[in-house]
Design a protein around this ligand. Structure first.
Ligand SMILES: [Zn+2]
Length: 211
């Protein structure tokens, strides 16, 4: 797997510092499952953080502090048995532990499957699946959109994005993704805000787009 596009250093630092929200954390962690470069960089950052923690004077903790941490770790159920993710190659095991909604149609050739987060998050997380040849409308975003490709590929003004690649969209990035020939392109998307469609056709379509 050749990975061409990575999260920014700022985003990896925010991941290591634990300041990303749950939805953004899922998108960055999905990329790191296939990217030795970014996972190595985050491990190094975490080791630096651990060394700094060791030098801090000890602080008294409440009696139930450990129980509360362990409770959060075990809040997610084990991944369901069976073949319900057979149509999503490349979906990491840790994501399979979340609760998923049903695939729903959001536009010609495009389906969305929501991932339900156990905590309040300003970021929505979902799988987006588009058939080869799908051309999305030119758009930007009202806020941050993080995308990690699980299978298939797309291309836009920022280049070619295949499995493992990470793409960031925001209000300054205008793009029009085109799904490459071959197989369905499935991405994990963590999105704040909504799409802002461009051009006359986009503005006409905006009230009907369910993203
Ligand atoms: Zn990377």
């Amino acid at each position: 797997m050749t990975i061409r596009h990575h999260p920014s250093d700022d985003m990896l630092q925010a991941y290591a510092a634990g300041t990303l929200d749950e939805g953004q954390r899922i998108a960055v962690a999905t990329h790191m499952r296939t990217c030795a470069r970014c996972s190595g960089w985050v491990s190094a950052l975490e080791q630096v953080g651990a060394c700094m923690l060791e030098r801090l004077p000890p602080t008294a903790m409440s009696m139930d502090a450990l129980d509360r941490v362990l409770g959060r770790l075990s809040a997610l159920p084990p991944p369901p048995a069976g073949a319900i993710f057979d149509d999503v190659p490349g979906l990491p095991a840790f994501v399979r532990r979340y609760r998923f909604g049903q695939w729903t149609w959001v536009g010609p050739g495009v389906h969305l499957r929501p991932i339900e987060l156990p905590v309040d998050s300003p970021t929505r997380v979902f799988l987006l699946k588009a058939v080869p040849g799908t051309r999305m409308l030119q758009h930007s975003h009202t806020d941050l959109e993080l995308t990690c490709v699980l299978s298939g590929a797309f291309r836009h003004q920022g280049g070619y994005f295949g499995p493992g690649d990470f793409d960031l969209g925001d209000e300054d990035v205008e793009h029009q993704p085109l799904v490459e020939p071959g197989e369905d392109c499935i991405c994990l998307v963590a999105m704040q805000g909504k799409l802002r469609l461009s051009g006359l056709l986009g503005r006409l379509m905006q009230p009907f787009v369910r993203l």
